[in-house]
Design a protein around this ligand. Structure first.
Ligand code: ADP
Ligand code: MG
Length: 347
């Protein structure tokens, strides 16, 4: 049985005319970490609040470990869901020490058990020396780690994290995403992380759901979202790239950079379509007869991200190892290496 199963969920705030969440369905396997990824206002927090039980959906069902948690007219209260939550506004109890905050959800356990578990978690979040401090004596990042430890303490069946790293500096954030993933995996915890940061999603998640305007656009591995986006929106939102206009030919399709051999069933139905070209599809090759002009370059350490102008004036992006340092305005040889062809109807 999946840890979480959501079917046709819709949520409409009273007084609002559009649903904040619209007909969302997905399943999360036991021990799997998923990310809900999407721009601000797309409904991520609303969806999490419904899973936690703080919001009643207008339509659809939520099941936790195969047991109904929410269906029309029958909703289980948040306390009875065994779901741990870390929200953006990680409200710690101000009158309780760090240790007592972590032990808060362990009220049914004996004192030595509580002490053992909070000790484990303090070590995990690297705050052993601050166990007796109060929340106002901690930095934002430290408070966030305590909130995380507090949610993990009772070993919930599902943990929900709503942009838990958004107040942390980049380095700490990178370390923490990695650590949190390891902790969740070690405890075989099922989790949903909400973020608007795709790098965070990529390094954290087994599975990613891309949300847009209340709808779940695509649910899949990071690899499949990048390489098989099912919509222009997902193609745009995940990774970088451009769309080049394509034309059907006898044996496939023609774009400015190449002729691509395709079988009938690989061709788009529509005659008006664009082909997705990612920066890693363009290979810099001095021997190639095809030239493009460098119009912009961004040094990224190991590589340059070049913006290149093709003969038609269309731009493409190219990732090139950084020892190939070309000047703006310089023509360079390129070739296209497309592993799979992704097309979308012309807008
Ligand atoms: P996200 O977490 O992805 O930024 P939210 O779930 O917070 O998005 O919001 C989704 C939509 O619902 C937004 O349009 C937001 O304005 C609206 N919304 C959020 N909370 C409320 C509320 N309490 N009452 C009415 N509308 C809300
Ligand atoms: Mg939010």
């Amino acid at each position: 049985t999946p840890a979480l199963s959501i079917r046709n969920l819709s949520i409409l705030y009273s007084g609002s005319s559009v649903s904040a969440v619209r007909d969302v369905s997905f399943e999360l396997a036991q021990g799997e970490i998923a990310c809900l990824l999407g721009p601000s206002g797309c409904g991520k927090t609303t969806l999490l609040r419904a899973i936690a039980g703080f919001l009643m959906p207008n339509q659809g069902t939520i099941a936790l470990n195969g047991e109904s948690a929410s269906e029309p007219g029958r909703v289980r209260s948040p306390e009875k869901r065994n779901v741990g939550v870390v929200f953006q506004d990680y409200a710690l109890f101000p009158h309780l020490s760090v240790r007592k905050n972590i032990e808060f959800g362990l009220h049914k356990r004996s004192e030595p058990e509580k002490r053992h578990r909070s000790g484990e978690l303090l070590a995990l979040i690297g705050l052993e020396t601050l166990a007796d401090r109060y929340p106002h004596e901690l930095s934002g990042g430290q408070q966030q780690r305590v909130a995380l430890a507090r949610a993990l303490a009772p070993k919930p069946t599902l943990i929900l994290l709503d942009e838990p790293f958004s107040n942390l500096d980049v380095e700490l954030k990178e370390r923490l995403t990695f650590e949190v993933r390891e902790i969740l995996k070690a405890e075989n915890m099922s989790a949903i992380l909400v973020t608007h940061d795709q790098h965070e999603a990529f390094s954290m998640a087994d599975r990613i759901g891309v949300m847009h305007a209340g709808e779940l656009q695509q649910w899949g591995s990071s690899y499949s979202l990048y390489h098989q986006p099912n919509s222009r929106m997902v193609a745009d939102f995940i990774g970088q790239g451009v769309f080049l206009p394509g034309k059907k030919t006898e044996q496939g399709l023609q774009i400015e950079l190449a002729h691509l051999r395709l079988t009938e069933d690989q061709l788009p139905l529509n005659d008006e379509f664009d082909v997705l070209i990612r920066p890693d599809d363009i290979i810099h090759d001095d021997a190639s007869p095809m030239q493009a002009i460098v119009v912009r370059k961004a040094f990224r350490g190991a590589d340059f991200l070049y913006t290149l102008m093709l003969e038609s004036g269309a731009h493409v992006l190219a990732l090139v190892p950084s020892h190939h340092n070309h000047a703006i305005g310089e023509p360079i040889g390129i070739k296209l290496e497309l592993d799979h062809v992704i097309t979308f109807d012309r807008l």
